[in-house]
Design a protein. Structure first.
Length: 251
């Protein structure tokens, strides 16, 4: 089982349009420092699934037949806008996601090649070509799932949890009982005394990592404000935790 981070940014991305701060200027000069909309690719022996369709021009990025399907965490535009690139293609592409009557734009009405599966039930695992997937409710402004993956090849567990501000009690209880070996976790903001409504601060994310104690954790959905703060504060992370970067692999 392999998770590749394709995008590690928040909705504003980096560089931010019109911003001339050192972080944005460096990102314009060095593509390796840019942050695209948060998404990932999970691969198992029998298939490949896109975690969120926030990137644009997905048809050019992934050749026909490469993807086995798409797992949507939710339907905010920065996580779902790439679905619009696919819908008028030829063939079929399964899409799994939380129950959300609004979805994105008119995709439910005119899905094209997208085949929206009935929303899976929270905490009820289902199989994707042998990859065991459990949807976990997250704390966000619209219905949102994190996903807990169990490999069919090795006894390996991976949790992908973005976008969320803390974790709901039931989700936290599930992860205590089923501790992940690897964790990709929302971390959008620098430390703040006032907890944000939709995303983790660094302190909130590190508290979750400390409690779940995965062998490996990566911080993703990193906001522009956090990158600016990091440049000044130079915070140290625990030994098992890394800042997410485009192309990073958890394996």
């Amino acid at each position: 089982m392999r998770l590749t981070l394709l995008g590690t940014g928040a909705a504003r991305r980096t560089p931010v349009y019109g911003c001339d701060c050192p972080v944005c200027e460096a990102a314009r000069e060095n593509p390796a420092l840019r942050r695209q909309p948060c998404c990932a690719l999970i691969e198992e022996e029998n298939g490949r699934w896109l975690m969120d369709a926030g990137l644009t021009e997905l048809g050019a990025r992934f050749p026909q037949g490469f993807l086995s399907g798409i797992l949507q965490t939710h339907y905010h535009a920065d996580h779902a806008q790439g679905l619009l690139d696919f819908r008028w293609g030829i063939g079929r592409l399964p899409v799994y996601g939380p129950p959300d009557p609004e979805g994105l734009d008119d995709l439910y009405k005119h899905p094209g090649m997208l085949e929206f599966a009935p929303p899976p039930r929270p905490f009820l695992p289902f199989s994707l070509k042998g990859l065991r997937v459990t949807p976990l409710p997250l704390r966000h402004s619209r219905p949102t799932f994190g996903y807990f993956f169990e490999s069919s090849v090795l006894p390996r567990r991976l949790a992908y949890l973005t976008d969320t501000a803390g974790l709901p009690d039931q989700t936290l209880d599930f992860l205590r009982e089923n501790p992940p070996d690897a964790l990709a976790l929302d971390c959008s903001y620098p430390p703040d005394e006032i907890a944000p409504r939709n995303h983790n601060t660094l302190d909130m994310a590190l508290s979750i990592i400390e409690e779940l104690a995965p062998q490996e954790a990566v911080l993703t959905h990193i906001g522009h404000e956090l990158d600016v703060w990091r440049q000044k504060a130079r915070p140290l992370l625990p030994a098992n935790t890394r800042w997410g970067e485009e192309g990073m692999i958890l394996e």
